[in-house]
Write a protein that binds this ligand. Sequence first.
Ligand code: E4P
Length: 218
Amino acid sequence: MKFFIDTANLEEITEANALGVLDGVTTNPSLMAKEGISGAENVLNHYKAICGIVDGPISAEVISTDFEGMIREGEVLAALHENIVVKIPMIKDGVKAIRYFSSKGIKTNCTLIFSAGQALLAAKAGATYVSPFIGRLDDISVDGLELIKQIRLIFDNYGYETQILAASVRHAMHIIKCAELGSDVMTGPLSAMLSLLNHPLTDSGLAKFLADHKKVNG
Ligand code: E4P
């Protein structure tokens, strides 16, 4: 399963990249705003900076909600770097835009997926990735992981090449379950990725190894 980091914070992206297990980055307008990035030129430069850190797919989201606007924005974003993936919301004009970009060979990530029907529509339109938001479903007491399972089954039934990008991942259990269910990618914060490291028996085992070594070596 590929690991993407879900942030626009350059320090966190650099730290995750240094771990050697990072495959890509996802951003969204809220994450860009959190970093205080505003103004078209600054936004584009920030995406370029991310592309300079990570050699993998970088999702950059359009903010238009009409077909023409999404095409205009998406073309500018795609021209920034070969690794840019145009992130498009799951709305009617978004589906049309995904079909347009797919016919031009431009990669897309269909975001804000909350149902299997939405994922199916995006796959039929030729999306490179669909992003089901599992954490936000859990937040409203709907099992987000069940959606990953459903989409996996549907895509496998028909051989869709669209990749499942489990988004809104919050913790280690989400990551492990996504891997069990065959999600192609997961995207989450650095903290979720680092939480995979933790086990108390690793900590106590290492402390004992080092203490035993010290006993005989001083
Ligand atoms: C996906 O690409 C989104 O950026 C993201 O995963 C949303 O996560 P959140 O629910 O933690 O905001």
